[in-house]
Design a protein around this ligand. Structure first.
Ligand code: PLP
Length: 915
């Protein structure tokens, strides 16, 4: 895409676009080299200055990558020095193209410098590429060596010569000689799958890259001061913290057996005694990658599809004969291909395993997924996170339990509570009234609810906290702090984090800390940290035993007692929303140290909600999505984040587009009180990487950069209108809308071309608006201004939950708002208990002022915004009615405009419930 920004050379300190910056430099070098080769400009004195500078900037970075590698880099340098512009241009072009397309992973040509190499044969190439075998996945291995630089070529060659034709994968070694260089390679080189550390290397790099030092210091909490004698195990820990999926090996002269048994070696996959055979290391590396590559369920399904199996059970489409022989539906077979049907079965034998009672490859696939996502165990779900959520609710809750829950959460939670019979204590998220959407649930109101429950002696009934992370619009919670503060009040509280949109975040070292599993692991670690214990004891001295009436508690960052805490965390991910799984592929990931106490009820809940005919292809795709994320999630997620940040910058700085459209910045999406770090936007003036890290670590909310709230009100479009326009005129599909915005999501599937497509559409629309306003004269401009004002300024206030009707509360005088929603829900099953009132009728206004109170019989969920503005048993306030009257959306679940609002009659409220 030839946009302004791709031509711009991005500074390496703009870390989020660093890999793009590298490719940009090669592209620029290519352009200049070509021009010089054609014009012969090199003869002019000093003209070679620019390529030299670019190359000088690239060289330290290139040392961290396998391709183009030292041999090709030396040739690039030589040709530049010799003034051989034609040869230089040819080589730079080859490298630049290979980097842009990742072609070097498959194409042997990328590794040659030119015809001379061809004449010399293949032995200078990575020997496993280009020998006519079927494609083998390519990766790189980092060797951290104390050896003198002069020895590095020999190390590389040693490992190259170990490659065998029967190896399943091809890899290229990358050698570095210091802790800092190793850490930088781990951060930047997404081709790495394994790190081999040889003891005895120094800490500092021979080059200084300040911004990268900043990342290391801040992020990995490793600075030069942290030097120890044991840099090997320190590096192993850093690697696993940044990229937990990588395999780390250590070769040492120390007592390998003793080291292997020590705590420090926990992050190391295998320890080798220094002089041992490199072949052992080579085989260990391949085995480690294979472990991630293997997809037990998918592999078995492929084998199953190839066998000549006769089926005498249900499912006529299995094997496809009813389709391929059909007179009328053969096109379905042609469209989907034979494998879909060959891989269909209703059997659970023959190695296909049973999702309901997995003991074979589904069990292994689930264990692998748990490892990949950082949990103790995981459960595949083939009916979306809607079902995952209901399973967790039903597994953990009993009638009478109190659940603290974000009212703005997905409807599966509300229905889950009805099924489980637990009482929701709804808490409202902070509003973003200007965009007609809610933000997320802040820590303070959750604490307040818990303290009130404590004051009324009901804390033991508070079982679960349900939170959405990230929200549809990208609000990412400070998961660790939220849990710590809640656990300080109730140490055995269970958390369900709905991460339907956020599964991918595990594979970003930036976002991982804000995932449920990332935070659960951090809390487990923290509870064993002596420093933490001291902090806890200091706090305990200051605030005592948490008297709920103590006004300081809400503004104090509370810490739980490390001796009492139980870490009980559940995460649900729509794998299909952010990873390569088929639709409805979802997963429940669990880090619950008391899981054994709920294992039986979890199984019951799983049986309740899981089909006895789960879709095999969805299960297989969950297995494959896990493989992809473990092997290339780091690269793909990093790219998606880069792309999203670039899109934000391009749209908001575009002189024409930004007159009518804008992407809401973190500062606009997150109120200041939740951004203590002062972070406002990526790339804002004065922005630094340290600032971003502070925001990620400490701010109460962070914005997921990949979720772009595109404000369209200033262009005179409401969200629904704009969504339709994008789809009909520009073939662009988006998902969520609000009154004056649409949500654009960037994921691992998006490319720069997609971004170009969107920007072109926005530019076209902006031009059309300009023309219309210019040609329509003052009447058109006045109408436009009025429309924009209505969309942007005259926005309705968002109605808070307020309360359940007294009939559904154990104690109407209680300061906590939990209620028997299930009773209200079942009351409405009897039509005699219900009445309908038209939304705009006078009767509604009279009832609001004189009573009896209006009580909703239903969940009423307008799309957008998509959260229930009424739940069964809720008192309908004048604010809710005002909001509904102003709402101009067509789709409102639970509301029939012709009949009116469905309410519970006053008589019905006096009768005892049946449920
Ligand atoms: C926050 C949240 N949770 C759960 C779900 C349901 O997920 P699924 O579509 O996988 O059933 C959604 C769907 O949009 C959601 O937004």
């Amino acid at each position: 895409m030839a946009t302004a920004s791709t031509e711009r050379i991005v500074g390496l300190n703009e870390y989020f676009t660093a890999s793009e910056a590298r490719v940009d430099r090669w592209r620029t070098l290519n352009r200049i080299a070509k021009a010089r080769a054609v014009t012969g400009l090199y003869r002019a004195g000093g003209a070679a200055h620019e390529p030299k500078e670019l190359l000088a900037e690239l060289e330290p970075l290139e040392e961290l990558y396998g391709y183009p590698g030292p041999r090709l880099m030396a040739q690039v340098r030589d040709r530049l020095q010799a003034g051989d512009w034609t040869g230089f241009a040819r080589l730079v072009q080859r490298i630049s193209t290979a980097l842009l397309s990742n072609g070097y992973r498959d194409d042997v040509e990328a590794w040659r410098s030119d015809e001379e190499d061809e004449a010399r044969g293949l032995d200078i190439l990575p020997p496993s590429i280009g020998r006519g075998q079927a494609r083998r996945p390519y990766f790189e291995v980092l060797y951290v060596s104390p050896a003198d630089r002069g020895m590095w070529p020999e190390i590389r060659e040693t490992f190259r010569w170990l490659r065998r034709p029967e190896d399943e994968f091809a890899y290229e070694p990358v050698v570095v000689g210091s802790f800092e260089d190793a850490a930088l390679a781990v951060v930047f080189n997404y081709n790495l799958q394994a790190v081999v550390i040889s003891d005895g290397f120094p800490f500092p790099s021979h080059r200084t890259v300040a911004i990268l030092r900043e990342i290391l210091t801040r992020q990995v909490q490793i600075s030069e001061n942290a030097r120890t004698d044991d840099l090997g195990t320190l590096l192993a820990r850093m690697v696993r913290r940044w990229r937990p999926e990588l395999d780390v090996y250590l070769t040492t002269d120390r007592d390998a057996a003793e080291l292997a048994g020590s705590v420090e070696s926990a992050s190391i996959r295998r320890i080798f005694y220094g002089v041992e055979e490199p072949m052992e290391i080579h085989l260990a590396i391949l085995e480690g990658v294979k472990e991630r590559y293997e997809t037990p369920y998918f592999d078995n399904l492929k084998r199953y599809a190839q066998r000549p199996i006769g089926t005498f059970h249900a499912l006529p489409i299995a094997r496809g004969k009813s389709i391929f022989k059909s007179n009328w539906i053969r096109d379905m077979g042609e469209f989907y291909g034979a494998n879909l049907f060959l891989a269909e079965s209703s059997a659970t034998t023959g190695g296909l395993d049973s999702l309901l009672e997995p003991t074979g490859n589904i069990k292994v696939a689930q264990d692998k997924a748990a490892r990949a996502l950082g949990g103790d165990r995981s459960f595949f779900v083939t009916n979306g996170t809607s079902t995952s959520n209901k399973i967790v609710h039903q597994a953990l809750l009993e009638p009478g339990d109190i659940v603290l829950i974000d009212r703005d959460c997905h409807k599966s939670h509300h229905y889950g509570l009805v099924l489980a019979g637990a009482q929701p204590l709804y808490i409202d998220a902070f509003p973003l009234t200007q965009y007609s959407m809610y933000g997320s649930l802040a820590i303070k109101p959750i604490k307040q609810a818990l303290l009130r429950l404590k004051a009324e002696g009901k804390l033991d009934r508070a079982k679960l906290v349900v939170l959405t992370n990230c929200t549809f619009d990208g609000h990412v919670a400070n998961v660790k702090r939220t849990m710590l503060e809640c656990l300080a009040i109730k140490p055995d509280l269970i958390f369900l984090w709905d991460e339907a949109w956020f599964g991918f975040a595990r594979f970003s070292p930036f976002l991982r800390r804000r995932t449920a599993m990332g935070a659960a692991a951090a809390i487990r670690e923290l509870m064993h940290d002596p420093e933490y214990r001291k902090r806890y004891q200091d706090l305990e001295r200051r605030v005592g035993t948490l008297d709920p009436g103590d006004p300081r508690l809400l503004d104090t960052e509370l810490l739980p007692d490390p001796d009492k805490v139980r870490v009980r965390v559940y995460e649900t991910d729509s794998v299909h929303k952010s990873m390569s799984s088929l639709r409805q592929g979802s997963i429940i990931v669990v880090a619950d140290q008391d899981f054994h106490t709920v294992e039986a009820s979890f199984k019951e809940a799983f049986f309740t909600h899981t089909s006895t005919s789960p879709n095999l292809q969805i299960i297989a795709s969950l297995d494959v999505a896990r493989r992809q994320m473990e092997l290339e999630g780091y690269e793909l997620v990093g790219r998606a984040i880069e792309l999203a940040i670039e899109a934000r910058g391009q749209i908001n700085t575009h002189p024409l587009i930004s007159k009518y459209f804008r992407i809401a910045t973190p500062a606009e999406m997150i109120p200041e009180e939740y951004r203590k770090s002062g972070f406002t936007d990526w790339g804002a003036p004065g922005w630094t990487m340290t600032g971003t890290m502070a925001a990620l670590d400490d701010d109460e909310f962070y914005l997921d950069p990949t979720r772009l709230t595109l404000l369209c009100g200033a262009a005179g479009y409401d969200g629904t209108q704009f969504k339709a326009l994008l789809a009909s005129e520009y073939d662009i599909q988006i998902n969520k809308t609000s009154r004056n915005s649409v949500l654009v999501q960037i994921n691992i599937n998006n490319t720069r071309s997609d971004l170009a497509h969107l920007i072109k559409a926005l530019a076209d629309m902006s031009r059309t608006i300009e023309t219309r306003l210019a040609e329509g004269g003052e009447p058109a401009r006045a109408a436009f201004r009025a429309r924009v004002k209505a969309l942007v300024e005259d926005v309705p206030d968002l109605p808070d939950f307020q309360r359940f009707h007294d009939a559904f509360r154990d104690d109407p005088k209680s300061a906590t708002q939990e209620g028997h929603m299930r009773e209200a829900y079942y009351k409405a099953y009897d039509a005699a208990n219900c009445e309908h009132l038209k939304l705009n009728s006078q009767e509604i206004d009279e009832r609001l002022s004189k009573g009896p109170e209006l009580v909703s019989a239903k969940f009423v969920i307008p799309y957008p915004p998509g959260f229930p503005i009424m739940v069964p048993g809720q008192v309908v306030t004048k604010e809710i009615i005002a909001f509904m009257r102003k709402l101009d959306v067509k789709e409102i679940h639970g509301y029939n405009a012709a009949k009116g609002l469905e309410l519970l009659k006053a008589d019905a409220l006096r009768q005892p419930a049946r449920s």
